[in-house]
Ligand binder design. Structure first.
Ligand code: ADP
Ligand code: 5GP
Length: 205
């Protein structure tokens, strides 16, 4: 049978643990791809260009946007972020599944694009990662020690609104205990491979 890849869209408030969970599930699903986004924000300590993000200048980001290189893009916390079509489309067609860590605005654009594109619609599935509480979210964001107070306030201020959008997602994973959340996400990934929508054509003719 010929399968398309899954386009697995993960969203959730900043600090909830998306990057940590992506690392964990990729360790148990080494066949999974990850779409490396473009951003105009500065790298955090330990982040490597072209691994966590393609770190671009404002000018380079604007040039790629004008060239139509992005599947979706958004202004978030005073910076620009975007998913390159080149990171996604060819790999899906080859049957490779890809994880996207993007915000709600980006997920909304992919949902809208999928309404007009059968291939994208069949491939995409939307998962929201939520914290056990807002207090725990704040602890994690502060504990990461990667943002200044202004960025922490921006990110916490956005969190309630983002969480309120959970019903626009297909699945919800609570990241309380990390191992449990990673196991939940791994289980979802296994189930996604049984969706009828990812079988190409009619192999039973
Ligand atoms: P995001 O990518 O969603 O912004 P991160 O993956 O950077 O979030 O996680 C934010 C912080 O919380 C990191 O310091 C990470 O180690 C920590 N963290 C993530 N998941 C858990 C968890 N289940 N329990 C405790 N700490 C966690
Ligand atoms: P961070 O700066 O903490 O890495 O990411 C901030 C926010 O940007 C997170 O909510 C993350 O999901 C989102 N994000 C990262 N890459 C993209 C992208 O390509 N598109 C969109 N729309 N959001 C992204």
């Amino acid at each position: 049978m010929i399968f398309s890849g899954d386009l697995i869209v993960l969203s959730g408030p900043s600090g909830v643990g998306k990057s940590t969970l992506v690392k964990a599930v990729r360790a148990s699903h080494p066949e999974l791809g990850f779409s490396v986004s473009c951003t105009t924000r500065a790298p955090r300590p330990g982040e490597v260009n072209d691994r966590e993000y393609h770190f671009l200048t404002e000018e380079e980001f604007a040039r790629r946007s004008a060239a139509g290189d992005f599947l979706e893009e958004a202004g978030i916390f005073r910076h620009r972020y975007g998913t390159l079509k080149s990171e996604v489309v060819a790999q899906l067609r080859q049957g490779k599944s890809i994880l996207l860590d993007i915000d709600l605005q980006g997920a909304k654009q992919i949902r809208a694009a999928a309404e007009k594109d059968e291939e994208l619609k069949n491939a995409s599935v939307f998962v929201m990662i939520v914290p056990p509480s807002l207090a725990v979210l704040e602890q994690r964001l502060r504990g990461r020690q990667s943002e200044n107070e202004e960025q922490i306030q921006l990110r916490l201020g956005a969190a309630k609104n983002e969480l309120a959008g959970f019903r626009t997602y297909d699945f919800l994973v609570v990241n309380d205990d990390l191992e449990t959340a990673a196991a939940d996400l791994n289980q979802l990934l296994d189930v996604f491979r049984m969706r009828t929508s990812i079988v190409k054509g009619n192999p039973f003719q």
